[in-house]
Design a protein around this ligand. Structure first.
Ligand code: A2P
Length: 310
């Protein structure tokens, strides 16, 4: 059982999807398979996760003519990586994701970050001193190239990721195909209330990545707060006879945010979809909102607007 949001293109996107960032090769195929078995119909992918081939292997077992599911029954998102922002690289990057995922179209293709890196095969091109090599390709030019993917039928819709309100407006002001989604880090420690209300006012749906606080981020340190272990959350979860993860996911859904919890553990994959049989009271929703302390776990790669060439 899953429920949907209807996007500005009239597409229906399930409010819970399976996140695949940090799911390693050897794990992700089974995770996608388990998720499909449990009823997930929304998969969040990206070229930069370097596991789309394996996601595609699992999808191929389930989706297509003669299989359990028709292509239209699943919603698949992928993302254009920062080294592919040059307009001449956009279509090839999209076609690579399509080939890896074994699909003829994507439901949604996002610009992964509003900043471009130097073109090439390396995910994180670096100078000798270790700093990133940027490119001066502007995200507006990248957007125009992404619009052509819609025209060519390679993707049903396009959207943004990690864009702030000003950058989102900037795209909307010049777009022929409007962004339908902005996918950003969002959880009770970074509730994104202002961005959420802004996106809502301009018809852009917000998807939360790291909706559970991304406890398995590679750079997590022991002295950082752990959202899932927050005793305030534990107390709420106990009252509803749900787990802390289920309470967080329910909180996202009740504020109109789509979530893509990542898990490679079958019982958790199942548990994370089992959030439609209870509702949080207004008081508990407000209490979770008050956890907010502006804790960003996923530090942006780039913290400045100006870019330099290598
Ligand atoms: P695992 O993949 O080992 O099951 P986020 O989606 O915020 O990035 O969080 C992902 C992290 O949360 C992973 O470490 C994942 O573990 C863990 N996780 C996912 N679902 C649950 C759950 N229901 N209960 C506890 N931890 C979970």
């Amino acid at each position: 059982m899953n429920t949907f949001v209807t996007l500005s293109t009239r597409q229906r996107m399930p409010v819970i999807g399976l996140g695949t960032w940090k799911s390693t090769s050897g794990q992700v195929k089974q995770a996608v398979h388990t998720a499909l078995e449990c009823g997930y119909r929304h998969f969040d992918c990206a070229a930069a996760y370097e596991n789309e081939k394996e996601v595609g292997e699992a999808l191929a077992l389930w989706v297509g003519p003669g299989k359990a599911l028709q292509r239209e029954e699943v919603f698949v998102t992928s993302k254009l990586w920062n080294t592919k922002h040059d307009p001449q690289d956009v279509e090839e990057a999209c076609r690579t994701s399509l080939a890896d995922l074994g699909l003829s179209y994507l439901d949604l293709y996002l610009m992964h970050w509003p900043i471009a890196f130097q073109r090439g095969k390396e995910l994180m091109p670096r100078k000798e001193d270790g700093s990133i090599c940027y490119s001066d390709t502007h995200y507006r030019d990248t957007w125009t190239a992404m619009e052509s993917l819609v025209d060519r039928g390679l993707v049903k819709a396009i959207g943004l990721s990690n864009f702030n309100a000003r950058q989102t407006d900037d795209i909307i002001s010049m777009a022929r195909h409007k962004p339908i989604v902005n996918q950003v880090e969002c959880h009770p420690y970074l509730s994104q209330a202002d961005l959420l209300s802004h996106c809502r006012s301009v018809g852009v749906c917000v998807t939360a990545y790291s909706p559970l606080g991304s406890g398995d981020r590679p750079w997590a340190s022991a002295n950082e707060p752990s959202l899932l272990a927050d005793p305030r959350l534990g107390a709420i979860a106990q009252r509803y006879k749900k787990t802390p993860a289920q309470v967080i996911l329910r909180w996202h859904i009740q504020r109109g945010v789509v979530c893509i919890p990542k898990s490679v553990t079958p019982s958790r994959i199942q548990q994370n979809l089992n959030v439609f049989d209870f509702s949080l009271s207004e008081e508990d929703t407000k209490s979770i909102e008050s956890f907010y302390h502006n804790k960003r776990f996923i530090a942006p790669t780039v913290e400045r607007e100006s870019v330099e060439r290598c």
